[in-house]
Design a protein around this ligand. Structure first.
Ligand SMILES: N[C@@H](CCC[C@H](N)C(=O)O)C(=O)O
Length: 249
């Protein structure tokens, strides 16, 4: 029986199965991501190397088998696995410049494109919602006290709201002096301990609104990311580890 080689990686507890090669079919991806029947992960990542090995074509799939245009933590996990000083990740929506130095992946995720969704009537309204695109779509609200928000109850309602035919990642954030506290319900994967693109989208939103002017630590249940908004794009720096490798049927 044919087997598929894979790498298991995690970044701030957001976990990934990384496979070199073309994407597998929907059922195979769902099986690999299943935490009882397969390996278990939040996203399955497929990549192919260019001839000179400085450019990688990357595709991300959520645990439910749907394709995502971007994945911040997964991108850092892949850069950490490849351990090359400078590469470009060619994703579905953006080309990402990546640096790997001293065991840390630093990636320019591009710009945050903000849209106005305040006029929408959303269930479980917690304040003003903003649409933010950083290659993939996010819905974000700043709140006074993040502890009071049940993202697991609210997330699926907003993820599947008819306003978002392609569904959406849902986050609530609390702004502190040099830190943003963040909780995210991921489209297609549910609650995860951290989401890299949500961290970048939230920091980009705060920057665009003039709420911050410099780097922020974005703290999620799985740990901290350093996110730096610049005119040239949003830089994300943070850890990722390779956990094990194996073969799956
Ligand atoms: N874990 C991610 C985001 C993965 C994709 C997302 N669920 C989507 O559907 O857009 C991250 O670290 O950014």
């Amino acid at each position: 029986m044919a087997t598929i080689s894979f790498i298991k990686a995690q970044a701030l507890s957001n976990d990934f199965v990384i496979i070199e090669g073309n994407p597998l079919g929907l059922e195979k991806i769902q099986h690999i991501a299943h935490r009882r029947l397969g390996i278990g992960c939040d996203q399955v990542i497929f990549f192919q190397r260019s001839q000179d090995k400085t450019v990688m074509d990357v595709q991300f799939f959520n645990a439910d088998g749907t394709e995502a245009e971007a994945c911040g933590n997964g991108s850092r996990a892949l850069v950490t696995f490849l351990a090359l000083p400078k590469i470009t990740l060619r994703t579905k929506t953006r080309h990402l410049n990546c640096i790997y130095s001293n065991g840390m992946a630093v990636i320019n995720m591009g710009h945050a494109l903000i849209s106005d969704v305040e006029a929408l009537i959303l269930s479980n309204q917690v304040g003003a919602w903003n649409g933010v695109d950083v290659g993939n779509p996010h819905l974000i609200a700043f709140v006074e006290d993040i502890e009071r928000i049940d993202i697991v109850a609210m997330g699926p309602l907003l993820e599947n709201h008819p306003t978002f035919p392609k569904r959406v990642n849902v986050s609530v954030a609390q702004l502190q002096a040099e830190r943003i506290l963040l909780k995210t319900w991921e489209r297609g994967s549910g609650y995860t301990g951290a989401c890299g693109t949500a961290a970048c989208a939230t920091t980009g939103l705060a920057y665009a609104k003039g709420l911050i002017s410099d780097s922020m630590l974005v703290s999620q249940q799985g740990g901290d990311l350093l996110v730096t908004p610049t005119e040239q794009g949003i830089w994300m720096a943070g850890p990722a580890t390779i956990v094990f490798k194996g073969e799956v049927f």
